[in-house]
Design a protein around this ligand. Structure first.
Ligand code: NI
Length: 135
């Protein structure tokens, strides 16, 4: 029997979506307001889902305290109140779209979980726009 447990987290971060090899006009045509050369922020909402069997001893899939601390250390402390393009090495050569941020978050968390547990990351960039990456 597998159960999915989920933990919500939050961070504020600035970004700019652009390609250095495109001019500003082309960047704006593809990335819209997110191409603003002066950057802008989003209130990112993150939901981390861990699916696995229930430990018969504890009744847990994963200890929520451990999951909370893991997200805090690997994601919130790295991304919160940061300019993703300028300050977070993962995005020096990677466009910080919600898609790519979700993939980066997944890759940061995955090594810390039991290999028998499935991980899925849902990231809201706005209340209406969100992406999910499950590996
Ligand atoms: Ni944006």
């Amino acid at each position: 029997m597998k159960v999915t447990v989920s933990r919500k987290a939050h961070f504020n971060a600035a970004h700019r979506l652009y390609r250095k090899d495109w001019n500003q006009e082309r960047n704006e045509s593809i990335f819209g307001k997110c191409a603003n050369p002066h950057y802008h922020g989003h209130n990112y909402e993150l939901i981390v889902h861990v699916t696995g069997t229930v430990d018969p001893e504890t009744g847990y899939v994963i200890d929520m305290k451990i999951l909370k601390d893991l997200i805090q250390k690997e994601v919130e402390e790295v991304f919160d109140h940061k300019n993703l393009n300028e300050e977070v090495a993962d995005f020096f050569d990677l466009i910080p779209t919600a898609e790519n941020i979700a993939i980066v978050i997944y890759s940061k968390l995955r090594p810390h979980l039991n290999t028998k547990q499935d991980l899925s990351v849902t990231l809201y960039e706005t209340p209406r726009n969100f992406v999910t990456f499950s590996g």
